[in-house]
Design a protein around this ligand. Structure first.
Ligand SMILES: Cc1cc2nc3c(=O)[nH]c(=O)nc-3n(C[C@H](O)[C@H](O)[C@H](O)COP(=O)(O)OP(=O)(O)OC[C@H]3O[C@@H](n4cnc5c(N)ncnc54)[C@H](O)[C@@H]3O)c2cc1C
Length: 369
């Protein structure tokens, strides 16, 4: 049967939205170009991260916090329905600072954000000794850290796999190894083309194809202002517990390896890793946790973030193509719960939909690429 919603892109964002639309009783099909595609969802850091988000737009802080607050139920539901483990831990996270000035500066910024968002921003500032109490293996040169109690982490590959399972269980269709090259509209329907072949028709189309949104977006009236940004990540061999909580640059994953990263490089669509960045990331990690000097790195990779000009999500209903939506963000793990539970209400035009006006691409003048 023809889907009501065709979702282009089967990464974390597309599958989260698909799951949410199916939960609202919609017929959904997801199309993904498969292993040759650029896929941030397979190369990320697995953080559910609140602290520091939205310093340039407090509404974004509230949106990530709303998602973080919904994450426990979201994970429980997935684990039950898919009989799996996502290894969600949401017991707070650190931002480490190597000097006192930096720590004071970060704390000041968070206090400012708290003041703009109702003073409810659960963070603490820990000097070196207090931090060592929480993280006994922390290095002597770390001045301290901010600890935000809503931060956490999850196994992102387990999340991706489970969402695909769940979407299928809910009756959604997922088509892999299919590149959508063109989308046209006639008789109030969208036709999806791969090469010259029309594959399917749907009343609505939701572009969740990450960097691929750049190619498909303009034909549906979107500015599609996204660019790739490379992040390189390392992982060590499995090791005894070394840290209790994640930070934005280092975490110990559920299987025991320590994940280190990530760089932020403007190199277009080149997703290779490099020795220079590997060395830099390894050196920084040893400053934080000196015991890592005895631990081998077993793997490193590069992956491409999907960045808008201001780093914030873009949620846009096309002004020229009714029923076409553009959805993208650079924190798809953090926002997965919001994308599954709240964003679909906005897509279907429900009266309980969140107000996402500030994430419209109207804030950008022109296509920046
Ligand atoms: C190094 C790194 C670390 C990160 N760390 C975190 C983190 O800790 N926490 C967090 O919240 N976020 C993190 N992110 C960001 C997060 O990974 C992304 O926000 C998220 O994966 C984006 O998901 P997506 O589905 O939009 O994009 P993608 O995963 O890129 O998926 C897009 C999909 O669309 C498909 N596609 C593209 N074009 C087409 C087409 N024409 N037809 C059909 N299919 C198409 C692709 O094959 C792909 O599977 C990190 C990213 C990187 C790179």
């Amino acid at each position: 049967m023809e889907p009501e919603y065709a979702i282009i892109g089967g990464g974390i964002v597309g599958l989260s939205v698909a799951h949410g639309l199916l939960a609202l009783g919609k017929r959904v099909a997801v199309y993904d170009e498969g292993d040759n595609g650029i896929r941030a969802s397979r190369g990320n850091f697995g953080l559910i991260w609140v602290q520091g988000n939205g310093l340039n737009l407090p509404a974004y802080s509230l949106w990530t916090r709303r998602s973080a607050a919904a994450w426990r139920d979201f994970a429980d539901e997935i684990e039950q329905q898919c009989n799996t483990r996502l290894n969600l831990k949401q017991e707070g996270g650190f931002r480490y600072c190597l000097n006192e000035d930096e720590l004071a500066d970060v704390a000041e910024q968070y206090r400012g954000l708290a003041a703009q968002t109702g003073d409810d921003y659960p963070f603490e500032v820990l000097g070196h000794n207090a931090l060592r109490h929480e993280e006994p293996n922390i290095g002597p040169n770390v001045a301290g850290a901010t600890l935000h109690h809503e931060d956490g982490h999850v196994n992102p590959l387990a999340l991706l796999r489970s969402l695909a399972t769940l979407v299928r269980q809910q009756g959604g269709q997922i088509f892999n190894s299919i590149t959508i090259d063109k989308i046209t509209r006639s008789n109030s329907k969208y036709a999806l083309f791969s090469g010259k072949h029309e594959l399917a028709r749907a009343q609505h189309v939701v572009l969740c194809s990450g960097i691929g949104n750049r190619t498909l977006g303009p034909s549906l009236g979107f500015k599609a202002s996204v660019r790739p940004q490379r992040g390189q990540v390392l992982i060590t061999e499995k090791t005894a517990p070394l840290m209790r909580r994640p930070s934005d640059v280092i975490r110990q994953v559920d299987e025991g390896g320590v994940q280190i990263g990530a760089s932020a490089e403007e190199v277009g669509t080149d997703d290779r890793d490099s020795l220079a960045i590997t060395a830099q990331l390894a050196a920084e990690a040893q400053q934080l946790f000196p015991a890592l000097s005895n631990v081998n790195i077993v793997r490193g990779w590069g992956a491409l973030r999907i960045m808008s000009p201001d780093g914030l999500p873009i949620y846009q209903h096309s002004k020229t193509h009714p029923g076409a939506f553009f959805v993208t963000c650079h924190s798809g793990i953090t926002l997965a719960a919001a994308h599954a539970k709240f964003l679909p209400l906005w897509i279907v035009g429900h009266s309980d939909a969140p107000d996402l006006e500030c994430f419209s691409e109207d804030r950008f003048e022109t296509h920046p690429n």
